[in-house]
Ligand binder design. Structure first.
Ligand SMILES: NC(=O)C1=CN([C@@H]2O[C@H](COP(=O)(O)OP(=O)(O)OC[C@H]3O[C@@H](n4cnc5c(N)ncnc54)[C@H](OP(=O)(O)O)[C@@H]3O)[C@@H](O)[C@H]2O)C=CC1
Ligand SMILES: CC(C)(CO)C(=O)C(=O)O
Length: 310
């Protein structure tokens, strides 16, 4: 299968690397020193599940250099989707499948604003991974998993085909009954912990051990559930409990990827997380004071991070 992985960071590097290791024709879009290293020496993946090294079919920063893909995996950040979607437009074929793996609740919606709806699946992933040094991605913890499906949850042939490919590559995957609900369940967790994590700048175990901050997380999550309900997403109190079971079971020192970006002064997914809840809460008439507080407190830092990259 002709596969294009756009964005060879923690997520794209690990999952794209596994597909290349399994023998697929994998082209990789990267840039800067990371691209140079991949071009020279291949992509190295250090993983708790076993290290490996792959030579992509092509590593480039220019999508026009790659053949029309059967499958495109998006490994970029959620806020990069609009610019990347525009770039991908000319190379998408009639049957190209696009699989987003980003955190965030509206990645599919952002993609269909630019690219044909029929080409796009909905998805998400679980892993803790990052670029350790140029040319090398480190999978540090978490059982890697891709959850995906058709936006209307149809059990299509193409979904089955991707499942087979992932199975063969040894990538755990699941096609759920309701992909939107799975996206929102993950979003409920990640949005609850990332903003507060960015504000407090301490790992989840330190946040949950403070009565005040624990309460703040609960209120953040409750607001997200109210916004979901207003959008007819069936998130309930049961999911709140499930999320807090996950929060309470995280090992000491755990931080989420967006929290790490905020703490490191990098552009983050704030706008797509608490910012999205603020935007949708205001639009739908749902009270979201805690998410607004988190968002407004972090916004100046986010603006500074983005300015520093201009
Ligand atoms: N990492 C993790 O553990 C997890 C992350 N996620 C989610 O997955 C998504 C991806 O995260 P993650 O892998 O951490 O992100 P990374 O920042 O590690 O990777 C994104 C990569 O895409 C590259 N990129 C972006 N735009 C371009 C471009 N125009 N041309 C070439 N390269 C480009 C970036 O390069 P540059 O740095 O130069 O911008 C970067 O190397 C996010 O939505 C995140 O929330 C989900 C589960 C776990
Ligand atoms: C919580 C986790 C590690 C799960 O994959 C994640 O999605 C992230 O850090 O962005």
């Amino acid at each position: 299968m002709e596969i294009l992985v756009y964005g060879i960071g923690g997520v794209g590097g690990y999952f794209g690397g596994k597909l290349a290791e399994a023998g697929h024709e994998v082209s990789m879009i990267a840039r800067g020193e990371h691209l140079k290293e991949i071009q020279k020496h291949g992509l190295e993946v250090e993983s708790i599940k076993g290290n490996f090294k792959v030579k992509p079919k092509k590593a480039t920063s220019d999508v026009s250099e790659v053949p029309t893909p059967d499958l495109i995996i998006l490994g970029i950040k959620s806020w990069q989707i609009p610019e990347v979607a525009k770039e991908l437009e000319p190379i998408i074929g009639e049957n190209t499948i696009i699989l987003p793996l980003q955190n965030g609740a509206d990645n599919y919606e952002k993609l269909i604003q630019i690219l044909p709806e029929k080409n796009i699946l909905a998805g998400l992933c679980f892993i803790v991974s990052f670029i350790e040094v140029p040319g090398k991605v480190k999978h540090a913890s978490y059982e890697p998993k891709i959850v995906f499906g058709e936006a209307d949850n149809l059990q299509s042939q193409r979904v089955k085909k991707i499942q087979d490919i992932l199975d063969e590559a040894g990538v755990e995957n699941n096609v759920p009954e309701n992909i939107q609900l799975e996206i929102w369940k993950k979003f409920l967790f990640i949005c609850t912990v990332s903003g507060i994590g960015g504000l407090t700048r301490v790992p989840i175990d330190r946040i949950r051990s403070s009565e005040y901050l624990h309460e703040m997380m609960i209120n953040t999550a409750k607001e997200i559930i109210e916004v979901a309900k207003a959008k007819n997403i069936p998130l309930t109190e049961k999911h709140l409990e499930m999320v807090f079971e996950i929060i309470n079971s995280q090992p000491e020192g755990t931080t989420a990827s967006t929290q790490r970006d905020i703490m490191n002064g990098k552009p983050s997914e704030l706008e797509n997380f608490n910012g999205y809840i603020v935007k949708e809460g205001d639009r739908l008439g749902v009270e979201i004071p805690v998410n607004r507080y988190i968002y407004e407190c972090l916004k100046p830092m986010e603006e500074a991070a983005r300015k520093s990259r201009e």
